[in-house]
Design a protein around this ligand. Structure first.
Ligand code: PLP
Length: 364
């Protein structure tokens, strides 16, 4: 029997329109700060139902720009779930503020309201709500923060195309940040990101200025800023990918529904979807008892896996001097990180590959 290729964790989408657009922009000589950046920023903000926004270099600097726009700095505390990609937390230290790590909900893996309430102090200046794996954060987080007058940044790096009760992710917080890293739900042919603002057009302007050297004119720099811009070619590619996003998110949902159906009776914990959510299924994450054995079993069946993420942020060496940087600080998060495993859920999976994943998982 011929050996089947291993089912990967992702596959790039590249088409002729992307190739032609790349050449067209290259030949135009307009490589930065041109019409593509303007159009991509506006189209992305419109898609997400935000007031406005700008593309930027990646999802990590998007978070730094968002914190800067909210005047977060030394002496301030920012609340963030520990179970997320490290950039959600390190951005806080990068602006000189202190991350305060909290738990996630046991059912949905996004910021837990009770844990959030307990973490608030007089120094809390911001909350970062991560829509992890494409699952929208509970609306209660945003209403609670609003009552308290605490701004919220949505870290939507994994949630392009998700919505809750008909409202798009990216339109809930004061600011929302996105990553277009190649494996994300939508990409730009390299690193890339975006920052959207919802509360005021002044905030959009402040962010746009910050990511372009704080300039008001070619040779005039009014405020502190730097270069976090995204290139014209990448913005052009992003505009093309955006046209496919809804279709890709529905394919991700179709695959996820097949998995949920096939795995419902197995001795593993399957993901749940929040009521009213259109989950973007950036990752399909299972909880298993014997993860090493499970990963080996899937590998023997020709299926790739991932772990998002094996070490919670508060236990990463970079935070070893943090007051929460010890085992036992966040018990559910720590337990979860030992059990989770991600299986392929990207939209270019074929039906035959989805079946192979189902057979492999079901035979464990
Ligand atoms: C939740 C989250 N936040 C932030 C980032 C950082 O994005 P980037 O890799 O584009 O810097 C990522 C990317 O992996 C992410 O998953």
């Amino acid at each position: 029997m011929p050996q089947l290729d291993k089912v990967p964790m992702g596959r790039m989408f590249i088409d002729d329109e992307m190739r032609e657009t790349t050449l067209r922009i290259l030949n135009s000589g307009y490589w930065i700060k041109g019409p593509e950046s303007k159009a991509f920023g506006a189209e992305w903000a419109e898609y997400c139902g935000a007031l406005g926004g700008v593309p930027c270099s990646n999802g990590s600097v998007a978070l730094i720009a968002a914190l800067h726009a909210l005047d977060i700095g030394p002496g301030d505390e920012v609340i963030v779930p520990s179970h997320t990609y490290i950039a959600s937390a390190t951005c806080i230290s990068m602006v000189g503020a202190t991350p305060v790590f909290v738990e996630i909900e046991e059912e949905y893996y996004t910021l837990d309201l009770e844990s959030l309430k307990q973490a608030i102090t007089s120094k809390t200046k911001c909350i970062i709500a991560v829509h992890l794996y494409g699952q929208p954060t509970a609306t209660e987080i945003f209403s609670y923060a609003e009552e308290r007058g605490i701004p919220v940044i949505e870290d939507a790096a994994q949630a392009h195309g998700a919505s809750l009760n008909g409202k798009s992710i990216g339109s809930f917080g004061d600011i929302a940040t996105f990553s277009f890293f190649p494996s994300k739900n939508m990409a730009v042919g390299g690193d890339g990101g975006a920052i959207l603002a919802n509360k005021s057009i002044d905030l959009v302007q402040k962010i746009s200025t910050f990511i372009d050297h704080g300039r008001s004119d070619k040779y005039r720099n009014d405020v502190l800023g730097t270069n976090f811009r995204l290139s014209e070619i990448q913005c052009g590619i992003g505009r093309i990918q955006l046209k496919q996003l809804d279709q890709w998110v529905s394919r991700r949902n179709q695959i996820a529904m097949k998995y949920l159906d096939a795995f419902s009776d197995l001795d593993i914990i399957i993901p749940k979807i929040r009521d009213g959510a259109n989950h973007a299924w950036h990752q399909f994450v299972l909880r298993v008892n014997n993860r090493d054995k499970f990963i080996k079993h899937l590998s023997n069946h020709g299926i790739s896996t991932g772990i998002h993420y094996p070490i919670p942020c508060h236990l990463q060496p970079v935070f070893s001097n943090h007051p929460q940087g010890k085992k036992g600080a966040l018990q559910f998060t720590e337990q979860l990180c030992d059990e989770i495993v991600s299986i392929p859920v990207f939209p270019l999976l074929t039906d035959e590959e989805v079946e192979r994943v189902i057979v492999a998982v079901s035979s464990f």
